[in-house]
Design a protein around this ligand. Structure first.
Ligand code: MG
Length: 239
């Protein structure tokens, strides 16, 4: 904001004949340095899962314990054991998460590789095997569940690792509980833009309409939808 204000100038200064190239240069503040190696999280990322343990996670059931499994650097849903969520809570962030739907194809439509990633524990970015698997478009992989379908279907084959890179902004509420702006989400699926600054209109229930509930920070929640979908290399950068 300071940078914007500093270039808003008087009408006299709008006379370009009186300006120099230097008059519109900003030298302060200086963006801090983040190293971004090609095959590792950025240096300022919070690593939520590095393939070894559930230390950054807990059961989404109060008092419950995690029964999902870890093998070969990936965690896998144990069907029926319940959702898991991060211990730490977040509002605005960049999230990187890799997922793999089962190589052995069972079921169809919503019953195939179903899981989900809930922003702030409330708003589901759908995880599904959407490779040659027709379902309702606002419920396929990369949809904001039951709201906004992905721009395209960038799904890889069952059993292949896939990536979601997410930029997410929390909704804001006034003191009366009205949302003054919705949540916004941008998603790249395997490097392809599938959600472009998409507004999220509230919660993402299976039945019924989205609802806005006033909330603060929330966890990243991963869904147990009975299918043994896996996740790995999960990191987040609050922004
Ligand atoms: Mg789901």
């Amino acid at each position: 904001m300071l940078a914007i204000i500093s270039v808003v100038v008087s009408n006299a200064q709008l006379d370009t004949s009186k300006q120099t190239p230097e008059s519109s240069e900003l030298w302060e503040p200086v963006p801090r340095v983040v190293s971004a190696p090609p095959s590792a999280p950025p240096s300022d990322a919070i690593v939520l899962f590095d393939g070894k343990d559930f230390s950054k996670w807990k059961s989404a059931k109060p008092g419950g314990s995690i029964q999902w499994t870890i093998a070969d650097g990936a965690m896998t849903v144990k069907g029926g054991s319940g959702d898991i969520e991060t211990v730490e809570q977040f509002d605005d962030y960049q999230l990187h998460i890799e997922f793999r739907t089962p190589a052995e194809v069972k079921g169809s439509s919503q019953g195939r590789g179903n899981s989900g990633i809930f922003m702030q524990g409330k708003y589901e970015l759908q995880v599904l095997d959407s490779y040659n698997n027709r379902t309702y478009s606002n419920g396929q992989a990369g949809s904001i569940y039951k709201q906004t379908m992905p721009l395209v279907n960038a799904s890889r084959k069952p059993g292949e690792w896939q990536v979601y890179d997410v930029v997410y902004t929390s909704p804001k509420f006034n003191k009366d509980g009205f949302p003054t702006h919705p949540a916004y989400i941008t998603v790249l699926h395997n490097g392809v833009v599938i959600q472009n600054h998409t507004p999220i209109y509230g919660t993402t229930p299976y039945v019924g309409q989205p609802k806005f509930e006033v909330h603060g920070k929330g966890p990243i929640r991963l869904q147990d939808h009975s299918n043994p979908t896996s996740f790995r290399n999960i990191w987040i950068r609050p922004i």
